[in-house]
Write a protein of this length. Structure first.
Length: 162
């Protein structure tokens, strides 16, 4: 087991240079890869019986926030997300029908951000005016999946805004 003295800080050897568009440093850390067998078991658990879930990448190196904001290079704690959204001038999308490819879905567990996903498609349903929004997201250390935005494991929280 390794001990991180300064997890995500500027002097952390497992951190990469990463900043918002305004130059604010984004704390991050790089995680070790999990054993192949553990990753395969996670994929089996995540996809068996769920036809709408598709594996995209089976790695534990980055987390969902690192996937969305750091091109799959590192882990970023969810508590960094409000600062990133503010510094990079993100704006909330009011209606699901207006969500576009590349937009983000923010999930929360209670009042805290717990998960981030990137929208890959939005298909309106004419029958009821709802939309089928598909996203890609990293599920903790269990791999990256393509799925419907509301279809996430309970520990990742519930989608609350775009």
């Amino acid at each position: 087991m390794e001990t991180l003295i300064n997890p995500g800080g500027a002097d952390d050897r497992k951190s990469i240079e990463l900043a918002t568009s305004k130059g604010t440093r984004i704390r991050n850390w790089q995680r070790r890869e999990r054993p192949e067998e553990a990753l395969r078991d996670a994929m089996k658990f995540a996809t068996e019986g769920y036809l709408g879930r598709k594996l995209r990448s089976l790695t534990a190196r980055y987390n969902c926030v690192g996937m969305a904001f750091a091109n799959r290079r590192t882990c970023i704690e969810p508590d960094e997300v409000p600062m990133i959204l503010k510094d990079d001038d993100y704006a909330e999308v009011a209606r699901p029908a207006d969500v576009m490819e590349g937009d983000l879905v923010i999930s929360e567990d209670g009042d805290e951000i717990s998960h981030v996903a990137v929208v890959v498609s939005n298909e309106p349903r004419l029958v009821d005016g709802d939309s089928i929004i598909r996203v890609i997201s990293q599920w903790g250390a269990d791999g990256e999946y393509l799925h419907e935005y509301r279809d996430v494991p309970l520990p990742l929280g519930r989608p609350v805004r775009f």
